[in-house]
Design a protein around this ligand. Structure first.
Ligand SMILES: [Zn+2]
Length: 116
């Protein structure tokens, strides 16, 4: 069996608006090299994004030295620097960005991970 078409996923990434110039410490390598990114993932067919895995982009602190990415919810210090009221109110229920995926159990991502 051989498939001529290619399926996969593509993650779009851009600097988070309002935090473009923010430089924070990386909790993995300790360097002051972390930047705040907005990321959202799409399902791709023949390299063309067709279905967004996550309608709502998520925010991560990324380090360009060790390629360590961490969800911003684990970085209250960064949230405080951004001053985003959406992240500062602990009473607001968390939005599950895995919604509709039907897999994974909705536990959310691990505290940190490294992209290759
Ligand atoms: Zn790092």
């Amino acid at each position: 069996m051989f498939f001529l078409f290619t399926c996969g996923s593509h993650t779009f990434q851009s600097r988070l608006k309002g935090a473009e110039h923010l430089t924070v410490q990386c909790q993995n390598c300790g360097n002051l090299s972390g930047h705040v990114y907005k990321r959202w993932q799409w399902f791709t067919f023949c390299f063309v994004p067709v279905i967004p895995f996550s309608v709502k982009p998520w925010h991560e602190v990324g380090c360009h030295i060790c390629n360590f990415y961490q969800d911003i919810k684990y970085r209250p210090d960064v949230q405080a620097q951004i001053g985003d009221p959406q992240h500062q109110q602990g009473a607001v229920p968390m939005q599950d960005y895995n919604g509709g995926g039907g897999g994974g159990g909705g536990e959310g991502p691990p505290p940190g991970h490294t992209y290759k």
